[in-house]
Design a protein around this ligand. Structure first.
Ligand SMILES: [Zn+2]
Length: 282
């Protein structure tokens, strides 16, 4: 499932190819995604120019010159692959999972690829307040400068659950998924079992956690770079890049921290897997 870094990269890549360009036409191969593609999708966005693309948590919002917006969610395996008129015959490769094709005035074709088909596209009408509601329901974005020590101390001070579960709570902070929650806690040397309100009293540790989260997300975005630019780069199920994890999916493997000989543990917290090192994370 794409997490914040992947969605941020995809948003940046889409921005590069879409902003300032118009949609010439949209070809819909499959309208049955998580929600059915609206029947007026093509006619609403055709001939409009993309003026801005924004990310709210894991949603991508494409602003159009006709004041409509497109709300995109990538679901489990959604991704965009870029091709040109010359290269767009994709044969039997990723082609069969391409459900939409956006033909742009810059001669680029933006292909929506989604193996599991849990992603969706919705049209937001000019006066609809869906974005305002979305913004209200998600906490401050993990990449925002407003996500800081003071904010997190305040948000955690009455929480009796563990910190790992709090980090996944999108009303506290938007965009941290299961993988990066484990990785951030490892980097900050904080046990995922720590009770949130106890951690809230420790300013130093909260500061460390914030900088670990920001470091790891920024690093992942950096590593992921522009791997989705070319559809021939698609690898594995989804084509998302693989960030080098320190603890995630490393159960019973040796801890990567120098001098530590412990093995990474896997536990279950609120129905999700958590990976951590008992020796390094206190
Ligand atoms: Zn360790």
């Amino acid at each position: 499932m794409p997490e914040l870094p992947e969605v941020e990269i995809i948003k940046n890549n889409l921005s590069e190819y879409m902003i300032g360009n118009e949609f010439i036409s949209i070809k819909i191969n499959t309208s049955k995604l998580r929600y059915k593609i609206p029947h007026n999708f093509d006619e609403t966005i055709k001939n409009s120019k993309v003026i801005k693309i924004e990310r709210i948590a894991k949603y991508i919002i494409i602003y159009l010159s006709n004041e409509f917006k497109i709300l995109v969610h990538l679901g489990m395996t959604g991704n965009f692959l870029i091709s040109t008129q010359k290269t767009h015959s994709l044969g039997n490769g990723p082609g069969k999972h391409i459900h939409l094709k956006f033909f742009m005035t810059n001669n680029v074709i933006i292909n929506y690829h989604d193996i599991r088909k849990f992603g969706f596209f919705k049209i937001i009408y000019p006066d609809n307040l869906v974005l305002e509601n979305l913004k209200k329901n998600v906490g401050i974005d993990a990449l925002s400068s407003k996500f800081n020590t003071k904010y997190l101390m305040y948000k955690l001070k009455n929480r009796t659950g563990n910190i790992k579960t709090s980090l996944l709570n999108q009303s506290i902070v938007g965009g941290i998924g299961n993988i990066y929650a484990s990785e951030s806690l490892f980097r900050a040397k904080i046990s995922p079992l720590t009770i949130s309100k106890n951690l809230a009293n420790d300013k130093k540790k909260i500061t460390k956690l914030i900088s670990a989260i920001k470091y790891i997300l920024a690093d992942a975005i950096n590593v992921g770079g522009s791997t989705i630019k070319n559809h021939t780069n698609i690898k594995g199920e989804s084509g998302y890049f693989q960030y080098k994890f320190n603890v995630y999916n490393r159960e019973q493997m040796k801890c990567k921290r120098l001098g530590c000989n412990s093995l990474i543990l896997k536990i279950n917290q609120s129905g999700r897997s958590t990976f951590y090192c008992e020796s390094c994370q206190k």
